[in-house]
Design a protein around this ligand. Structure first.
Ligand code: SAM
Ligand code: DTB
Ligand code: SF4
Length: 340
């Protein structure tokens, strides 16, 4: 592969030994680093070429997010406002009523969202809660939206029940590299997460899996996370890349460092090249990004965003600002796999 990269650098072509359409599951960190270190113009050209071979580059998927059960979470994720381990000022709530969830989904659909993601601050869902979430999933599906949920760890039978209810996607992130993981979360292992992802796959639900940057990890950890994602048995259909959204009272505050914008664009490009067929979502942290940086990330191959003024407990750019930006970029809120 090193030769393939050299070729890209020297003649500016995207031909590598695997071609732009190849899906690989044997990426190494050295290869990821070689991509990441390419001269910026070569990296962008290569990422854009891969992107155009798989997607319409003028389309961006717009997803909407709702916290259906906030706070009081028993996990100790060191970045999260919803962990009961930290004093973050977020109040724990009960699971929302189905009618309120469906009304929110309908408003999101009317505002242009094509996917609705329901998030709960649980280690894993209890059976009674899962019954209720299954009803919510079916009701949102009836609105002709794609459905997504993120409820913590799942057993295989729980995943099968969600699929039967009409769940299209399940979000469960690896969050960071295997080496950095233990510095961020101690209450569940990376293997626990990989097991849940396998249950989701077995059930026939599409996988949404990514992570966070800006928690104090090294470049090697960021690339290690992308290698971990791209070497899963199948690439996740969606890859959310979150910039850590600042939260008071959590341990990550002690180590957090907001990445340089060029670094972010490079990481998006590497994700695009390593997982050519996956939708790469600029998730949390767009509130810190300029219009120019978001445009650069779209050029690098990002093709999904969350719309709505809040994410779960933190801010997202105003919907009007997003509509204005997409308008100025000539981008349409849609997702079409027809290449350019
Ligand atoms: N409790 C479930 C779980 O962890 O699987 C679902 C919700 S959890 C909030 C979903 C993901 O959001 C986390 O895995 C993490 O990657 C991301 N996230 C949480 N807090 C964040 C923050 N402050 N900034 C950026 N991303 C964050
Ligand atoms: C993901 O990777 N990012 C979204 C979604 N999956 C569930 C969550 C972002 C949460 C940001 C922090 C908050 O708003 O509390
Ligand atoms: Fe709980 Fe999810 Fe937050 Fe971790 S990220 S504390 S599991 S809500």
């Amino acid at each position: 592969m090193a030769d393939g990269l050299a070729e890209a650098r020297n003649d500016g072509q995207v031909q590598d030994m695997h071609g732009v359409n190849a899906l690989r599951y044997d990426w190494t960190r050295a290869e990821a680093l070689a991509l990441y270190d390419l001269p910026f113009a070569d990296l962008m050209f290569r990422a854009q070429s891969v992107h155009r071979a798989h997607f319409n580059p003028n389309h961006v998927e717009t997803a909407s997010l709702l916290s259906i059960k906030t706070g009081g979470c028993p996990e100790d994720c060191g970045y999260c406002s919803q962990s009961a381990h930290y004093d973050t000022g977020v109040k724990a709530t009960k699971l929302m009523a189905q009618a309120d969830v469906v009304a929110t989904a309908r408003r999101a659909r009317d505002a242009g969202a094509t996917r609705f993601c329901m998030a709960a601050a649980w280690r894993n869902p209890k059976e009674r809660d899962l019954d209720e979430v299954c009803r919510m999933v079916s009701a949102v599906k009836d609105l002709s939206m794609e459905t997504c949920a993120t409820l913590g760890m799942l057993t295989a039978p729980q995943a099968a029940r969600l699929r039967e209810a009409g769940l299209d996607f399940y979000n469960h992130n690896v969050d960071t590299s295997p080496e950095f993981y233990d510095q961020i979360i101690t209450t569940r292992t990376l293997q626990d997460r990989i097991d849940t992802l396998a249950h989701v796959r077995e059930a026939g639900i599409k996988v949404c899996c990514g992570g966070i940057i800006g928690m104090g990890e090294e470049v090697d950890d960021r690339l290690g996370m992308l290698v971990l994602l791209s070497n899963l048995p199948e690439h996740p259909e969606s890859v959310p890349i979150n910039l850590w959204n600042e939260v008071k009272g959590v341990p990550v505050n002690d180590t957090a460092e907001r990445p340089d914008p060029i670094v972010l664009a490079r990481l998006v490009a590497v994700a695009r090249i390593m997982m050519p067929n996956s939708v790469v979502r600029l998730s949390a942290g767009r509130q810190y990004m300029t219009d120019e940086l978001q445009a650069l990330c779209f050029l690098a191959g990002a093709n999904s965003i969350f719309i709505g003024d809040v994410l779960l407990t933190t801010k997202n750019p105003q919907t009007t600002r997003d509509a204005d930006l997409l308008g100025r970029l000539g981008m349409t809120s849609a997702l079409n796999r027809t290449p350019a």
